[in-house]
Write a new protein. Structure first.
Length: 281
């Protein structure tokens, strides 16, 4: 895909997302679309945990479809079982809204949907993953369970992304800090909007290159944990000190070319992917 095609696609996804109800900012939409459109489909599946009304599902499905015609997998019981889930308007049926969103946007055929809790899907899951998007139960135990159940299926070069690391929820920020930023098996990483993301590089030759960057990000992000740990998030609406420290975490736009070039360095058989990346250089 040429860079201008990719840029056009990202703009189109932002415009589309503006019409959909859900919990993603424009910056986050661009990032998810970039991942699904560029991470090589040969690495494995795109898995979404937590679909709600289908906003990120639609963006991921449309973007993966550009990428060697890939489908995505999504899982959500659509019953809002977690204490951290958003709510519905009176009289709304989540399964109906979800199905309607997918049909209206012509992506129903592009989504293998499991109306289950993620832990039920995990029980029989064996497929490798290229993108693991964790946006389900945001409690510490819920996010931890999702990460533990599915991170073992990440292929070298795959990306894991947690939503709401910069929101008052305990799970995403703790898992991202403790299991990603302090983990030598993850390389390139960052925060885009409220998405904490990282590439799984395994114990490959490039793993050590990212330690300093990860520790620097850990130092800034981990200062926020005190405001959300041990269920403090539910007691306090964004305390003053949290509001001071939060903007100090770099969480701006990801520049597609630079991002993809860095990701390609860590793909298996990366020489052939550099050729692909030349298209978006
Ligand atoms: C924050 S919303 C997801 C937002 C969505 N990604 C979007 O783009 O708008 C969280 C969703 O996670 C789902 N959820 C909660 N616990 C879950 C679990 N154990 N497994 C799968 N989904 C879960 C809820 O039903 C809810 O729809």
């Amino acid at each position: 895909m040429q860079l201008n095609q990719l840029e056009n696609h990202l703009d189109t996804m932002v415009a589309l997302a503006g019409k959909l109800d859900g919990c993603l900012s424009s910056r986050e939409v661009r990032f998810l679309a970039l991942c699904a459109a560029t991470l090589p489909a040969a690495l494995g599946e795109v898995l979404e945990i937590g679909s709600y009304k289908g906003k990120s599902t639609t963006i991921l499905a449309k973007s993966a479809a550009l990428n060697e015609g890939g489908r995505i997998v999504a899982v959500d019981p659509l019953t809002l079982p977690a204490t951290t889930d958003p709510s519905l308007q009176p009289g709304e049926s989540l399964p109906d809204v979800f199905e309607q969103t997918l049909r209206d946007n012509a992506v129903r055929e592009l989504v293998e949907f499991h109306q289950l809790r993620s832990e039920q899907l995990a029980a029989n899951w064996t497929r490798p993953l290229r993108l693991l998007w964790i946006d389900g139960d945001h409690t510490y135990n819920g996010t931890k369970r999702d990460f533990e159940n599915f991170s073992r299926h990440l292929r070298r070069g795959a990306v894991v992304a947690f939503h709401d690391v910069l929101h008052l929820a305990e799970g995403p920020i703790r898992l991202f800090c403790e299991q990603i930023l302090l983990n030598p098996l993850f390389g390139p990483c960052g925060v885009c909007g409220s998405i904490g993301w990282a590439q799984y590089v395994g114990s490959g030759p490039n793993a050590h290159l990212y330690s300093q960057h990860k520790i620097k990000l850990y130092r800034k992000l981990s200062r926020l944990i005190q405001f959300v740990a041990l269920s403090r998030a539910s007691q306090s609406a964004s305390p003053f000190k949290y509001r001071i420290l939060r903007p100090l975490v770099p969480h701006g736009d990801v520049e597609p070319r630079t991002w993809y070039w860095e990701i390609c360095r860590n793909l298996p058989a990366h020489e052939s992917y550099f050729e692909l990346a030349a298209g978006v250089r």
